[in-house]
Design a protein around this ligand. Structure first.
Ligand SMILES: Nc1ncnc2c1ncn2[C@@H]1O[C@H](COP(=O)(O)OP(=O)(O)OP(=O)(O)O)[C@@H](O)[C@H]1O
Ligand SMILES: [Mg+2]
Length: 272
């Protein structure tokens, strides 16, 4: 691995001085619903930050604001020192630097795996067919799916489709990868292969923000874990701190529900 794993206290910057992602005073409302209520966060170059928290706490909205799929109501987002929330910024140029992987893989069903990877390269980056195919092949190899190059998505397992979606994002040459619950739609036996690909990317030094409920992944791979609730960051720190020894009741409560969903149901029944 690359990268000196940071000490986890926060602003690992990979030595370059500028954090890869910087979020300052970020607010996002949908109508009257204030979903993000002042988020400050830095992700250093090569750092892996896992974002955890209950449903509706604003995790997806945070990720979507980081690549401007949502427009923040207030606050700033910087990528590699460039303010992407500046109205004059070229949004397409920004998005090229940030790969995103969703719970749903969103592959084109009528295109082969290779064509799913080459289409965005050709459309967005203007690569010619041969160059795009070469990059596609290289990234299919990275995710362990070279033999599926000519297959159609419907013939792949969910885990394989998600790895194709990751390869598609990587083929664009991003500096940062954002993952929004990439394994939540998968059967349990398919989760491991996807997490292994993400672990490889982390080891290669990719800067990553990962929304996940996979606590063992967060423990092993994250440099830092951020716990969100109600649109704010309640606590952040090393996995050992946040998952192993949380300092806030809300974090403890969330983690205990994750570990024992049956208890959570009992608790919810009790809630008036
Ligand atoms: N496009 C939208 N329009 C209106 N409300 C939205 C929109 N996107 C999200 N919200 C609301 O914002 C809140 C936070 O949603 P968000 O998807 O960010 O939560 P989350 O932490 O990712 O939850 P989950 O774990 O269920 O994915 C929710 O109340 C949701 O209904
Ligand atoms: Mg979400």
């Amino acid at each position: 691995m690359s990268i000196e794993k940071k000490n986890g206290t926060g602003t690992g910057d990979g030595g370059s001085g500028t954090p890869e992602i910087q979020v300052r005073g970020l607010h996002k409302s949908f109508g009257d619903n204030e979903v993000l209520r002042g988020i400050d966060l830095e992700v250093g170059s090569g750092e892996v930050v896992c974002v955890i928290g209950p449903s509706g706490s604003g995790k997806s909205t945070l990720l979507r604001c980081v690549n401007l799929l949502e427009e923040p109501t207030k606050g700033q987002v910087f990528v590699d020192g460039i303010e992407i929330t500046d109205p004059d910024v070229d949004i397409d140029a920004v998005r090229r630097r940030i790969g995103m992987v969703f719970q749903q893989f969103n592959l084109f069903p009528h295109l082969t795996v290779t064509d799913n990877l080459t289409l965005p390269q050709r459309r967005v980056l203007g690569r010619d067919k041969e160059a795009a195919a070469e990059v596609a092949a290289e990234n299919l190899r990275r995710v362990g799916l070279s033999e599926k190059a000519t297959a159609y998505p419907a013939s792949l397992s969910g885990g394989q489709q998600q790895r194709v979606a990751i390869a598609r994002a990587l083929a664009m040459g991003p500096e940062v990868m954002l993952f929004d619950e990439p394994t939540s739609a998968l059967d349990p036996e398919l989760v491991g292969d996807v997490l292994a690909v993400m672990r490889m990317l982390a080891d290669e030094g990719m800067t990553m923000m990962v929304v996940t409920h996979e606590m063992s992944f967060a423990r092993e791979v994250a440099d830092r874990v951020v716990f969100m609730d109600g649109g704010v960051i309640v606590e952040e720190g090393t996995p050992a701190q946040v998952i192993g020894n949380p300092s806030h009741d809300r974090t403890r409560h969330f983690l205990s529900r994750l570990l024992d969903p049956a208890m959570a149901e009992v608790e919810e029944d009790r809630t008036p």
